[in-house]
Design a protein around this ligand. Structure first.
Ligand code: MN
Length: 238
């Protein structure tokens, strides 16, 4: 490539491995759904009604690969894990019906919605928007994608997170408030779903804080595991 082609160093494309093939899944956008398990809504102090789904995004370059390191982020003293089922999209567009929604899913995986639960020295910290709490560097660890042909569409199954070997989250996918077809149908009213879009589908109860050195192992029945280690806060951008 001609070095004059870009004015500054071009960012690398984010991809994820796919089980059963050497082809990789290219990540376009990461959509996230908040407050999607009743017991987690309660532990956050909310009510458990089916309010409109809480939707936000993370940048694609926030992905951390399986077995990677998640640096402890700046501007918080309360850094939380949220283990979630990840849906990887192959198509969609606008106005996907609930009935056809699953036909647009390429596969599934395991992810962590890493969260600055409280922000330090930030006047607007406790409230909205969620951008500073959710959408930051290294905030989206994702495991490999398991194609639908291999795993089907998981609507139930154990979802479990251990920190240094101690169980923290232990629930079942069937307890989601908004199921995956409902999430896709709702998202597609606002955004054209494109190949490479990922959807983090919300976390069950049991979220908690981590510190540098902690090893997080998330498992979802049929989808293997995702492991990351929490690292030190980067001192200064190189
Ligand atoms: Mn979440």
């Amino acid at each position: 490539m001609n070095t004059d082609e870009f004015a500054v160093r071009a960012p690398l494309a984010t991809t994820l491995p796919v089980i059963g093939t050497s082809a990789r899944f290219p990540v376009r956008r990461i959509y996230c759904v908040g407050r999607n398990y009743v017991a987690h809504v309660r532990e956050m102090g909310g009510n458990e009604t089916r309010d409109f789904p809480l939707i936000f995004q993370k940048p694609a370059d926030a992905v951390v690969q399986n077995a990677g390191v998640v640096p402890y982020p700046p501007m918080t003293d309360d850094f939380h894990f949220e283990l979630e089922l990840l849906a990887a999209m192959k198509s969609g567009g606008y106005d996907v019906s609930q009935e056809s929604a699953l036909s647009h899913v390429y596969g599934y995986g395991i992810c962590l919605d890493m969260t600055r639960r409280r922000l330090r020295d930030t006047p607007a910290g406790p409230s909205l928007p969620w951008e500073l709490k959710k959408s930051f560097d290294h905030s989206a660890p994702c495991g490999p994608i398991h194609p639908v042909e291999r795993v089907g569409h998981p609507a139930s199954g154990r979802i479990k997170l251990e920190v240094d070997g101690h169980a923290k989250q232990d629930s079942d996918l069937s307890l989601m408030i908004w199921c995956i077809p409902e999430i896709i149908a709702t998202l597609s009213k606002y955004y054209a779903i494109e190949p490479g879009d990922l959807i983090m589908t919300g976390t069950p109860h049991g979220v908690g804080a981590v510190l540098p050195g902690n090893v997080l192992v998330g498992t979802i029945e049929g989808l293997g595991s995702l492991t990351v280690t929490i690292g030190e806060t980067p001192k200064k951008r190189a």
